[in-house]
Design a protein around this ligand. Structure first.
Ligand code: HDE
Length: 756
């Protein structure tokens, strides 16, 4: 029990604010307070309190855990209460004048409950409404203080807590995860010098060069305003109308039509800061930087037909994947890489580093690995954390600074501004997930939903009554890099190098493998087929004609259209010629985690070789894969030898597209039963069509034959992705299957149109 009488009202600064000291104010302070003044306010803050925090938890402790405990609620063993803490006797019935009488106005319990419910939703994000997030930490490999004074890089092994949100851009909050779209990759670092948000995407370039065009881009992309269609898709007239009139979007379109826009998992995509940023060290020296996140899980994507079908089978596919991996202890990791270059180097490039439609090829400036990101904890509450988290490009810390990228400058404004309506006012930084783990001290006050109870009567600076506190940090504080600015005429325009819209689109195309090129052609063909106005298709083709002849020919023939004349160029300068950049291929990063978290379906029915299934199951599990026993019905199947096996999921509930590979085990009767089930036949066909490894044991091969799976590739050679295991070489077959699973897809099987 607390002794209420013993608690005296406490204002540690009172001696300064009232009485003799207050009557004879000292000189107002704008720097560190002089030590002879009793700065009781700073003394008060040294007292550990749950509100201000007592300092930093030990290295490696997830910092956001401890401070959030004060706002966590766990109802285990607790009585139900109103929001005022009043215990509720009956949560089933409203208060009525007689059992069949009217409900009484007096029923404050009903009214509080319904009123709160009526206001449960907040506006969704204007873009990136659909997302999933997780907690974790960033660990610096080395001390980078020669390059930047940014706190996360201050020493080797230093860990900084993070909260990371992945998202799609176009769809609404409840839309499907596997839409063709750019993915957001937003990282909030809770550093010991305040919060730093690196709000990036999984594609290193953007559609537009200037913030002025962002509302137009988003209006064109979002469902059309008259009928609110289509949901979570760029495959419609207004999007292609806009981009085909904005040739600067060509490079980004190449990426967006590639498999980058249909990732297999949030865990298997790269992230990019997109803009050129600055790093600044303690001496005030600065370099330019591009941020890269590289997944240890490798970069892997879906195929389009699969992505479409997953939207029906499991619209939460990516959310579930991230959640389950973390719950299973398969913590996803990314390496942070920096492309560092000087201003002089940048001046020598054939493109402008302030142009967000351009990347810096890795062959020009290598990516230097500097640390890793580990996501190791799912949020406790989706709304409180994932929905309320507010990422803002304006959130930078000492050591990180901006460049004059005109897209970035618009963003610096937009992200803070949008939270005002989305989160209901200027105090969104106090929402626990947004609050820095460092202490916040300033003279900002009041506003909607204010949480902090600021003590004392001083809320201005300079002041003497508060001993000059909180005082300016001077060189300790954030100092904008004193970039030299040249006085020119006020102007709305673009630098000349921005006018090269095609060279890097061509670089991207030329750096893709044949499989990736085929998929890009398929992406354009699909989207432009959905476009209903032929002139828009034609105008898009006229842009592609400036990228590559084989590309535009293939897309045009897919649309049954002639190839139009190329769109006129916006520049007459000689265009740069790039070497190809193999690093731009998805296949360049197979990853380091083998078959970990890959999902494998084992199709069974009565009569299956139960012992064989167990062996395969355990072997996959042992290497970190996720095997599932799949059948027509839940319950058990009986093996030929009388042993039984629990079915984990049905063909209906867990269709082909949610697995990376499949196994048809031995068992004559089992294979025949499955071959009579169209769900099983479709399962096999889609596994084959989506280029997934298939392992068949003995009689299992009958199911493949019945499904019409070709025994060989088109050239007559054996399909390397169909692994047959006879009992004698079962171990070798299993090894070959795991190898194919690690490679993820058997692309050599693919054809357009599909053969099966
Ligand atoms: Fe965003 N963007 N954006 N964006 N963006 C938002 O902020 C905006 C851009 C990105 O998980 C909004 O809080 C403008 C580039 C991500 O919460 C909004 C411009 C890149 C997320 C906004 C851009 C991004 C957003 C909507 C052009 C990659 C989700 C809700 C000048 C580098 C963050 C919100 C999360 C969200 C504005 C362009 C990434 C409206 C004006 C380029 C990952 O403020």
């Amino acid at each position: 029990g607390m002794d209420l009488a013993a608690q005296t009202p406490y204002n540690a600064n009172k001696p300064n604010e009232y009485g003799d000291v207050a009557r004879t104010p000292q000189q107002g302070q704008t720097a560190k307070p002089s030590s002879d003044i009793v700065t009781a306010s700073s003394a008060a803050e040294n007292i550990a309190s749950p509100k201000t925090g007592s300092g930093q938890p030990p290295i490696g402790v997830n910092n956001t855990n401890a401070p959030l405990d004060r706002v966590r609620a766990d109802s285990n063993d607790r009585v139900l209460t109103t929001n005022q803490g009043v215990p509720v006797a009956n949560n089933q019935d409203s208060l009525k004048a007689g059992l069949r009488g009217p409900t009484l106005m007096e029923d404050f319990i009903l009214r509080e409950k319904i009123t709160h419910f009526d206001h449960e939703r907040i506006p969704e994000r204007i873009v990136h409404a659909r997302g999933s997030a997780a907690h974790g930490y960033f660990e610096s490999y080395e001390d980078l203080s020669d390059i930047t004074r940014a706190a996360p890089f201050a020493q080797a092994g230093k860990k900084t807590p993070v909260f990371v949100r992945f998202s799609t851009v176009a769809g609404e909050r409840g839309s499907t995860d596997t839409a063709r779209d750019v993915r957001g990759f937003a990282v909030k670092f809770y550093t010991d010098e305040g919060n730093w948000d690196l709000v990036g995407n999984n594609i290193p370039v953007f559609f537009i060069q200037d913030a002025m065009k962002f509302p137009d881009l988003v209006h064109a992309l979002k469902p059309e305003p008259h009928n609110a269609m289509p949901q979570a898709a760029s495959a419609h007239d207004t999007f292609w109308d806009f981009v085909s009139l904005m040739p600067e979007s060509t490079h980004m379109l190449m990426w967006a039509m590639s498999d980058r826009a249909i990732p297999r998992s949030y865990r298997m995509m790269q992230g990019f800061g997109v803009h050129t940023f600055r790093l600044v060290n303690a001496a005030g020296e600065s370099v330019f930087v591009k941020f890269h996140w590289t997944p240890l899980q490798g970069t892997h994507s879906l195929v389009w037909d699969e992505a479409v079908k997953i939207s029906g089978a499991d619209p939460d596919f990516h959310r579930r994947d991230l959640w389950e991996a973390i719950e299973a202890g398969e913590f996803p990791e990314w390496e942070l890489g920096l492309q560092i270059f000087t201003e002089e180097q940048a001046d020598s490039f054939e493109f402008d580093v302030l142009d967000a439609t351009k990347l810096v090829p890795e062959e020009l400036v290598p990516v230097r690995p500097v640390g890793k990101l580990v996501l190791n904890r799912n949020p406790d509450n989706f709304f409180a954390e994932t929905e309320q988290v507010a990422f803002c490009t304006a959130h930078v810390i000492p050591g990180i600074d901006f460049t004059n990228d005109p897209l970035l400058h618009g963003r610096i404004h937009s992200y803070v501004d949008t939270q005002l309506s989305r989160l209901g006012g200027p105090n969104f930084h106090e929402i626990p997930i947004n609050a820095p783990v460092t202490q916040v001290h300033n003279n900002q006050r009041d506003g909607m939903h204010r949480q902090t109870i600021n003590r004392g009567r001083v809320s201005y600076e300079p002041n003497s009554l508060g001993g000059g506190c909180p005082f300016q940090g001077g060189r300790m504080g954030f100092t904008s890099f004193p970039q030299q600015t040249f006085v020119e005429d006020k102007v709305r325009g673009k630098p000349e190098l921005f006018a090269d819209h095609y060279s890097q689109a061509r670089l991207f195309w030329q750096s893709q493998t044949p499989v990736e090129r085929a998929h890009i052609i398929g992406g354009f063909r699909f989207e432009l087929t959905r476009v209903t106005v032929p002139a828009i298709r034609q105008r898009t083709l006229s842009m592609l004609a400036n990228v590559d002849a084989s590309l535009v020919n293939a897309v045009a023939s897919g649309l049954g259209m002639p190839v139009p004349d190329p769109q006129p160029m916006a520049t007459t300068r000689p265009l740069p010629t790039y070497r190809t950049s193999p690093a731009l291929s998805l296949l360049a990063r197979p990853g380091q985690t083998g078959i970990h978290t890959r999902r494998v379906a084992i199709l069974v029915a009565d009569g299956v070789d139960v012992a064989g299934v167990r062996t395969i199951y355990e072997a996959l599990l042992a290497d970190g894969a996720v095997p599932r026993v799949v059948s027509s019905r839940l319950g058990q199947v009986a093996g030929a030898d009388g042993a039984t096996l629990d079915v984990e999921i049905t063909l209906e509930a867990g269709p082909s597209v949610i697995y990376d590979a499949m196994v048809v085990p031995a068992g004559e009767q089992s294979a025949q039963t499955l071959a009579a089930d169209a769900n099983a036949l479709e399962f096999v066909r889609l596994q084959y069509r989506h280029c997934k490894p298939i392992m068949v044991v003995d009689a299992g091969v009958q199911l493949l034959a019945k499904a019409g799976i070709p025994a060989t590739l088109r050239d007559g050679s054996a399909d390397p992705g169909i692994i047959g295991a006879q009992p004698v070489d079962a171990a070798a077959a299993l090894a070959a299957f795991k190898e194919a699973l690690a490679q993820h897809r058997v692309w050599i099987r693919e054809s357009d149109p599909p053969a099966v």
